[in-house]
Write a protein that binds this ligand. Structure first.
Ligand code: SF4
Length: 363
């Protein structure tokens, strides 16, 4: 479901710097986690934020939910500036904005039963009262493919995939409009990943959710996203519809990310050395274009001035001084390989069918 007109959540010039400015009593460097990021997520779409570890994507996800306070910049939810609303109003808003965490082992309180965990947001947001709470817990467990009698058990009694389903049930308990998945499947076995990815897709359609997926697994992102933002060292370097991004990546970093994915055939295993050099430290990001220390297309001007995120066509955006020259030289031949047959893709198809049958039965 795509809606080009309506934006559910929007970030404007978001900045997050961890740590205090260095001084006589403070020698710890500041970490520039998110730098001047602007993006808008359309109502009903799945929007992915991708990049290497430490690029700031998880921090950005938390800033969108106001789980972290930005150093500067603004967040708008349904057109309303939520950057400085008081805590009381923020609690009310949390009913509409939920998160599924990466680690299903750490994100569930081991001393609470599954029923208590899922019921907590129902009571907090007054979604139901009395006996209706248990009925809603049962419904939610069924919705995520778990048996209602699991409500009386504790998290340690479940597998990783089942725990992530419990985490999803908890996120859905308040009836949110927006769910942010922070690496929601990266801690799971590949076969379990497929089940959880398909569950999220089905729930999005069934419940009319908007999803923001923070991920580094490009096969998962390719499979479930409508649009993708690529982050490098705290900045967004490219935002595009998923097909355009994977078929004709414009930014050299996007091309490098796609080329770093294991190729399907030996003949396509080339250019893989592109991202083997270290990511610069976010405590001292390079001047100008932050990618210039690793970019094969870098020119002297790249270290002097920072490229702005430029809208190039159909809402597609890229931040590179020389993207036109690079595009004229040809896009990545390896990108299409990613869409063909990673093992995950076959499992995704199989489990999507099963999930659809299960959810159809639960309706
Ligand atoms: Fe590479 Fe220069 Fe473009 Fe940065 S601005 S991505 S260094 S070509």
């Amino acid at each position: 479901m795509k809606n080009a007109e309506s934006h559910l959540i929007e970030a404007r010039n978001l900045v997050k710097v961890f740590g205090k400015p260095p001084g006589p009593l403070n020698r710890a460097p500041q970490v520039h986690a998110v730098s001047n990021v602007s993006l808008a997520v359309r109502t009903g779409e799945t929007f992915a934020i991708v990049g290497e570890s430490g690029c700031g994507k998880s921090t950005l996800g938390r800033l969108l939910l106001r789980l972290l306070e930005p150093t500067s910049g603004e967040v708008f939810f349904e057109g309303r500036n939520i950057s400085d609303i008081p805590q009381g109003a923020l609690r009310t808003l949390r009913r509409d904005m939920q998160i599924v965490f990466q680690d299903p082992f750490a994100s569930l309180n081991p001393r609470m039963t599954v029923g208590q965990i899922v019921a907590e947001p129902i009571r907090l947001h007054r979604v139901a009262r009395g006996r209706e709470v248990r009925d809603r817990v049962d419904d939610l467990l069924r919705t995520v493919g778990l048996r209602p009698d699991f409500a009386d058990r504790y998290p340690h009694e479940f597998s990783g995939g089942q725990r992530q389903r419990i985490g999803i049930a908890r996120a859905l308990a308040s009836g949110p409009k927006l769910v942010i998945g922070d690496e929601p499947v990266s801690a799971l076995d590949v076969s379990i990943q497929a089940q959880v990815v398909n569950l999220l897709e089905e729930l999005k359609e069934k419940l009319g959710l908007t999803l923001v997926i923070v991920a580094h697994d490009l096969a998962v992102v390719r499979h479930m996203s409508d649009r993708v933002a690529v982050m490098y060292l705290g900045e967004t370097v490219e935002i595009a519809d998923v097909d355009a991004l994977y078929e004709t990546p414009l930014h050299p970093y996007t091309q490098a990310l796609l080329e770093a994915v294991p190729a399907v055939t030996p003949s396509t295993r080339r250019k893989r050395e592109l991202l083997t050099s270290d990511v610069p430290s976010p405590t001292a990001p390079p001047s100008g274009c932050r990618f210039h220390t690793r970019c094969p297309h870098a020119r002297p001007a790249c270290s002097q001035s920072s490229p702005a995120l430029e809208t190039v066509q159909d809402g597609r955006q890229v931040a590179c001084h020389f993207w036109r020259d690079i595009a004229a030289a040809g896009a990545s031949p390896l990108a299409s390989q990613l869409t063909q047959s990673p093992a995950l893709t076959a499992r995704l198809d199989l489990f999507r069918e099963r999930q659809a049958a299960r959810l159809g039965h639960a309706r």
